[in-house]
Design a protein around this ligand. Structure first.
Ligand code: SF4
Length: 227
């Protein structure tokens, strides 16, 4: 598999936020979100065999725990990835898969918790979510909407209500997008959408979603990689 990095940090963007987690970041993405902070994954990386990846995960987290498969878009390497996720599950890890949902997700093992980042209009990649993936949702899965405007919020709220997502999955997350050139101060001034404004909208609409902040951006310098 082509891998950009494997490292241990705290999970930052789901209901698992705050927990120690090993991240396996796969190289390559077929989308180009305007606010993407992972452009360094688009190329490069290095080829790693499955046993090599498993050994590194085990070195970083020898007693099980949380492993997040992320990217880039991990499902671009679906054939090898499905086997890797099966091995991690059988080794007793809790496995999260962060994906845009642009690729079919039917082959993702049932034990994997999918965190699907549905792209909103202002990402420049709206309408890329593969609607048939709604059929693959399980009660432990989470859907995330990264928002940078009122138009994005309206899209996300309507999508959640139209597909009755709150009744079908573990959590729906609304998260303000971060400026991709953010550096220095670890505060909300880097958000493209003010979290306070978003909170007011969510309360007014009684939307069945939870506000999520990208925890890692508030702990470490937003420009840092591998954290
Ligand atoms: S899907 Fe993720 S990695 Fe790909 S461009 Fe969008 S934010 Fe970046």
């Amino acid at each position: 598999m082509q891998i950009t990095e494997i490292y241990k940090s705290l999970q930052g963007e789901s209901t698992h936020a705050g927990l120690p987690c090993v991240f396996v970041r796969l190289t390559g993405c077929n989308l180009r979100c305007t606010w993407c902070d992972s452009e360094y994954t688009f190329q490069g990386g290095r080829k790693m065999a499955m046993e090599e990846i498993l050994a590194e995960v085990s070195r970083l987290s020898p007693n099980g725990g949380l492993v997040e498969i992320t990217g880039g878009e991990p499902m671009l390497q679906e054939r090898e990835l499905v086997s890797l996720m099966q091995r991690l599950l059988s080794d007793s890890y809790t496995v999260l898969l962060e994906t845009s949902g642009e690729r079919p997700l039917q082959r993702v093992p049932a034990g994997v918790i999918k965190i699907i980042d549905v792209k909103c209009p202002d990402s420049g990649e709206g309408d890329t979510f593969h609607l048939e993936n709604l059929e693959s949702l399980q009660s432990h899965d989470e859907l995330k909407f990264v928002l940078s405007s009122r138009a994005d919020y309206d899209f996300a709220r309507d999508f959640v209500n139209r597909h009755k997502l709150a009744e079908r999955i573990h959590a729906v997350l609304f998260s303000p997008a971060f400026r991709k050139d953010a550096t220095g101060a670890r505060d909300a001034s880097h958000c493209l959408l003010d979290p306070q404004e978003l909170a007011v909208w969510m309360i007014a609409d009684n939307v069945p979603a939870r506000l999520g902040l990208q925890l890692h951006k508030f702990i470490w310098d937003p420009a840092l990689k591998g954290v």
